[in-house]
Design a protein around this ligand. Sequence first.
Ligand code: UDP
Length: 240
Amino acid sequence: MTKGAQLYEGKAKKVFETDDPELLIVSYKDDATAFNGLKKGTIVGKGVINNQMSNALMKVLEKKGVPTHFVEELSERDTLVKRVKIVPLEVIIRNIAAGSFSKRYGVEEGTPLARPTIEFSYKNDELGDPLINDYHILALRLATDEELETIKTYAFRVNEELKKFWKSCGVTLVDFKLEFGKVSDGTIVLADEISPDTCRLWDSATGEKLDKDRFRRDLGGVEDAYHEIMKRLEEHIAEA
Ligand code: UDP
């Protein structure tokens, strides 16, 4: 499958057409942004790691009954995916308080939650991705009731499977963001990526952050953290 015209360039990925109208190629970059694009940088090797990690995890999730956009890894940075219409929601699942949740509710980072939570942000850079609830999503026709229920079911299933997998790697899955899309027949599938850019991943023994918070918070050792988390994945993915 060869790359056609570039359709879109986002913060971390480029998207290209292919000769099949139902398929696209995503190409992962090393560019990193945070705080809605205010902080910019490069994490050397991130594109390769995010591409390979996201694909490996999506393959596991497919096996566990979560349909995804993944079709085929074409190269270190390029993956063939199903063309979807993205549901304009960031779906955030949390197991442990961190980041904006800790700030919003005054809960110390690292506090385990009594049960996993879900929240939605409306994907809109100009508005700064505001939090949105189920009623607003339906009122604004961002998704139907049925689509929203499917998204919730899949999101919690992803959480259970990823928690289990990362635990086997000695890593705690704190929280993560998912995006879903609709293929041409309307089926909801998991899209975008699952990577250290979109998940908080803490070493279970030491609490060390092995994710993009090292970049967001200027903690140093950003590249090392991405390589370490990828190494853990590679050591355990065969058993998943
Ligand atoms: N997240 C993301 N993209 C966003 C916002 C959040 O991938 O635009 C991920 C983030 O990496 C974390 C989870 O979603 O794993 C929850 O993030 P939070 O709401 O705490 O926001 P933050 O503190 O990162 O601003």
